[in-house]
Design a protein around this ligand. Structure first.
Ligand SMILES: Cc1ncc(COP(=O)(O)O)c(C=O)c1O
Length: 432
């Protein structure tokens, strides 16, 4: 049956793509399945009581302001808080360099809106964050990729890829989603040097930087880039500190709660101005109420204590997953060892296809995200992402045991890539 809408969808919809993986992941939502698929934080760590108290306080003390429209740039005290917090990590910004967004996902969409013309080439890591691919496809971006290894982006392969002339690079330096790897300091410096030489800017996406379970904090690209410029005598001069090559994104989704939908962009003022114009057409501003309540929760130091707690919980879960993999995975399976974040990445023998195997995994009541979801070209067929933050330790152990059996059987039977996909042409939401 034809509907009045069928002929009216924009051409953009063609680019917004469909994914068999998202349909498969619907299967993973059944309650008896141990899912390592979502990118979800542990609900046990959400600071519910603190939000309850802060909500009452905000309504009692600033109720009419909290329920009123606000400025697009965001709630002033929250922007100042973000500036203070980032300066601890060497990111020296002014509040005017900060735009509060409805999650980092909105920041990615805004970047697409203000920077991408149809056909523009964007350079990403391979694999990269699926939500960025999805956001930028809608603006008809094309993608070039550079592989990663245990030290993050392969900077030795970068220059060749830059010859294709990308508009910008999208980099996840800390505990990358999906692979869990961290860009080494040496490669951060190399990346910035190359970016500078080729004049290609960087979008640095850093939702997980605070969730480090071992080792020392590494300076962000935006901080290193600013140091470099300052060394050359290029400083703020009243135009704002951020004049360099890097736009920085972060979020409260992993340190407070994703349901808040609170993220931020740090950028030169001229970029913030464009983002503000873009955001006005989307949602006018991020919820005043949510910004004020979140600020009330964190303003007196709660976040430090809370992040310490989250780190303890997730470190334990990561360790349980790694130990179980040692125990139950066949020797042909390899995985990354993340120093933080929420994910690790597994690689099976070349002949196996993790999209096909997901059906078997779900029959065995365990789930993951096939790696091809994170590859703009849809390759990486023998890889998968596992999340370790959401399931409880006892379920992690059991889920990995089940997965080990699925992989063992597949390796023995030599399941190959040739089989046709199980589900085709569906479109769903929900992987992050
Ligand atoms: C790399 C990356 N960027 C952005 C986001 C979106 O985060 P938010 O919840 O702030 O929209 C995520 C969420 O998982 C992510 O992993």
């Amino acid at each position: 049956m034809t509907t009045p809408w069928q002929q009216r969808y924009s051409q953009r919809m063609k680019w917004m793509g469909s994914s068999i993986i998202r349909e498969l992941l619907k299967l993973t939502e059944k309650p008896d399945i141990i899912s390592f698929a979502g990118g979800l934080p542990a609900p046990e760590v959400f600071p519910v009581k603190e939000f309850e108290a802060a909500t009452q306080q905000v309504l009692a003390e600033h109720g009419s302001r909290a329920l009123q429209y606000g400025t697009t740039e965001g709630y002033g005290p929250l922007r100042e808080y973000i500036v203070r917090r980032m300066s601890r990590y060497g990111i020296e910004a002014e509040p005017e360099n900060v735009l509060i967004t409805s999650g980092s996902q909105q920041a990615l969409d805004l970047i697409g809106k203000i920077l991408i013309n149809p056909g523009d080439l964007i350079l990403t890591e391979q694999p990269t964050y699926v939500g960025a691919i999805q956001a930028w496809r809608a603006y008809q971006a094309e993608f070039a990729t550079v592989p990663i290894d245990d030290e993050g982006l392969r900077t030795d392969l970068l220059e060749e890829a830059l010859c294709a002339g990308p508009k910008f690079m999208y980099i996840l330096p800390n505990f990358q989603n999906p692979a869990g790897v961290t860009l080494s300091l040496k490669r951060r410096m190399k990346l910035l040097e190359i970016a500078d030489r080729y004049g290609i800017p960087i979008i640095e996406d850093d939702p997980y930087g605070q969730l480090r379970y071992e080792g020392d904090h590494l300076p962000s690209l935006v901080a290193l880039d600013a140091q470099k410029l300052n060394g050359r005598g290029v400083s703020g001069n009243g135009m704002g500190f951020f004049r360099g090559n890097v736009i920085y994104l972060s979020t409260f989704s992993k340190t407070l709660a994703p349901g808040l939908r609170l993220g931020w962009v740090v950028a030169p003022k001229e970029v913030i101005k464009r983002c503000v114009m873009g955001k006005q057409g989307m949602d006018l501003h991020t919820s005043t109420f949510v910004q004020m309540v979140a600020y009330e929760v964190i303003k007196d130091g709660f976040l430090d204590e809370h992040v310490r707690h989250i780190r303890r919980v997730y470190r334990e879960r990561r360790d349980v997953m790694l130990a179980a993999m040692e125990r139950y995975f066949p020797p042909e399976v390899h995985w990354t060892i993340p120093a933080g974040g929420l994910f690790l990445w597994i690689t099976l023998p070349e002949s196996l296809n993790t999209t096909q195997l997901l059906e078997k995994a779900v029959e065995n009541k365990v789930a993951y995200v096939p790696g091809s979801a994170f590859d703009p070209a849809g390759d990486s067929l023998n890889t998968a992402r596992l999340n370790f933050s959401n399931a409880r330790p006892e379920n992690i152990e059991l889920g990995i045991k089940r997965l080990g059996q699925v992989f063992e059987t597949a390796i023995q039977q030599g399941l190959t890539r040739e089989t046709s996909p199980i589900v085709t042409d569906v479109q769903l939401l929900g992987v992050n």
